[in-house]
Design a protein around this ligand. Structure first.
Ligand code: SAM
Length: 233
């Protein structure tokens, strides 16, 4: 992958960034996503945030090499701390991390007043999607779009969210599968959940053999198994 040839995962996430956006890409690594979007005239400017020295320097170097220093501001810092309301950011992308890490970044961003609530969030968790969806809904973010892709034998989900004043809560089923993915489904979705079902059933077998008190866990996993079976029917 490079800034000209994004992975399918990042390319698809980039498609959800609104045209003309001022983007903050958090955990930007080499800044491939903002560089690609600027070079393709999709966004007007970007902040690339990175907390680790190595990727931060890679991002700085790429932006300098491409003469994009006036378009992409590479900032070193933890999560959304690199962004302030004066930046007028209209979209935030956080891709390629676990769902709970993305949730923690958003939560700290909210507590630290780094989010204005006007941003479109483009999130691509590698795992832990229900945890992220739960945080979004609890914090009045409506999930407006979702996508699921398969690349290098891995399945990735993309969640796009926007702050709303009045929000209808999601059901347990919608939090697990994704409200839009549940409606869209398709072969990648089906394969993912067939695989997950096997995993859940293996976990259940192990739990049933346990000598400890795991009745709550059994109930939890059984609920998931029932939901997956119902959806795959
Ligand atoms: N976003 C790119 C992508 O999707 O290909 C890079 C993903 S890479 C696996 C995750 C990046 O997030 C790493 O470069 C890591 O240093 C950075 N990161 C992790 N936690 C972070 C945080 N709290 N704030 C900023 N960057 C973070």
């Amino acid at each position: 992958m490079d800034y000209k040839h994004l992975s399918e995962r990042l390319h698809r996430a980039g498609e959800f960034v609104p045209e003309g956006a001022i983007l903050a890409d958090i955990g930007s690594d080499h800044a491939y996503l903002p560089a690609y979007l600027i070079m393709n005239n999709k966004i007007s400017s970007a902040i690339a945030g990175e907390v680790v020295d190595g990727p931060y320097l890679s991002a700085k170097n790429l932006v300098a090499e491409l003469n994009l220093v006036d378009k992409i501001d590479v900032r070193k810092g933890d999560g959304l701390a690199v962004v302030s309301p004066e930046d007028n950011v209209t979209a935030i992308s956080i891709c390629g991390m676990g769902g709970s890490l993305i949730r923690d970044i958003l939560h700290r961003g909210l507590l630290g007043n780094h989010l204005t609530g006007k941003e479109t969030l483009v999130l691509q968790p590698n795992i832990g999607e229900p945890t992220l969806r739960t945080w979004l809904v609890n914090n009045y973010y409506e999930i407006i779009k979702e996508d699921i892709i398969r690349e290098n034998e891995k399945t990735y989900e993309i969640i796009v969210a926007k702050k709303r004043e009045n929000l209808i809560p999601l059901s347990e089923k919608e939090l697990l599968f994704g409200p839009h993915l549940l409606k869209q489904q398709g072969p990648i979705f089906t394969n993912k959940w067939q695989h997950e079902l096997k995993q859940f059933e293996n976990i259940l077998t192990q739990l049933e053999k346990s000598t400890k008190n795991v009745s709550e866990k059994i109930e939890e996993i059984q609920t998931k198994i029932n939901l997956v079976k119902e959806v795959l029917k």
